[in-house]
Unconditional design. Structure first.
Length: 262
């Protein structure tokens, strides 16, 4: 029935062509099989890139795609058990709501960006708009580790384990609200200062100059200096360039230092 189809679309098991209205297998199935690989050809190659990225950055590595109103983790490698990133597993979905999904929004048309911004809560439009502009300019985002980010990870993990639990869903909503109103992103980096970095993400663009997937590194041991952050970014950018070549995509000429502030 239609309700079942809508549910499958909402969870990424199906995607609908906006022109033909036909349905096809979605990227969620990449977590449990290979049926979606024809629809999302970058999935196959991403696993090899993640292995290399994890090894060179000495961290965990993730690949995620956008499906409907959710961001979906389709690949993971190099999980570090002592970094409390249990929620970042293949199949994890995160609502496509500010500030989450900014790397996808950075290369969307302005009307789609506006709809994403409208989903934000409170007086956050200016912050999120400048974040998106920063990603377009420099090609990455850096997000800090804090008690709030850890709380969100645990809430997502709990909700994913009990999808029918209203209490678990409310816990995610509350944690997201706290994140939206917190200082989540690292805006400026100085070489010799130390930063509590939770992760760094870069977009991989397809031939239509839209974000096909996002590559991320995470699970760093302790704080990173500004120089170490830039080293991680260089490694991520190289991985993004490799993925871009694999999908015949578009690699922008990003601005380098100094890091834009917002």
């Amino acid at each position: 029935c239609l309700a079942v189809v809508r549910t499958l679309v909402s969870y990424g098991y199906l995607v609908q062509n906006e022109q033909t209205k036909a349905y096809a297998l979605g990227p969620t199935l990449a977590a449990v099989g290979s049926a979606a690989h024809e629809r999302f050809p970058a999935v196959d190659y991403a696993n090899e890139v993640l292995k290399k990225l994890s090894r060179e950055s000495n961290s965990g590595a993730l690949a995620s795609v956008l499906t409907g109103e959710q961001e979906l983790v389709i690949g993971r490698y190099g999980i570090l058990p002592d970094t409390h990133i249990s929620a970042s597993r293949v199949g994890l979905t995160v609502p496509f709501t500010p500030p989450f999904g900014a790397c996808f929004v950075a290369w969307m048309p302005s009307d789609e960006e506006a709809r994403w911004l409208e989903k934000g809560r409170g007086n956050t439009h200016s912050l999120h708009r400048e974040l998106v502009e920063s990603i377009r300019k420099r090609g990455y985002e850096i997000y800090r580790y804090s008690e709030l980010t850890y709380r969100l990870q645990q809430a997502i993990d709990n909700a994913d384990a009990a999808p029918e639990s209203k209490a678990a869903g409310d816990e995610v909503t509350d944690a997201m609200q706290a994140m939206i109103n917190s200082d989540y992103f690292i805006r400026e980096v100085n070489d010799d200062e130390l930063y509590p970095v939770m992760g760094i993400s870069v977009p991989v663009l397809n031939a239509e100059s839209r974000t096909e997937m996002v590559l991320s590194t995470y699970g760093f041991h302790g704080r990173l200096t500004g120089r170490e952050i830039y080293q991680k970014i260089d490694i991520l950018m190289a991985a993004a360039e490799e993925m871009t070549g694999a999908i015949n995509g578009y690699m922008p000429n990003y601005e380098t230092r100094p890091v834009a502030t917002f």
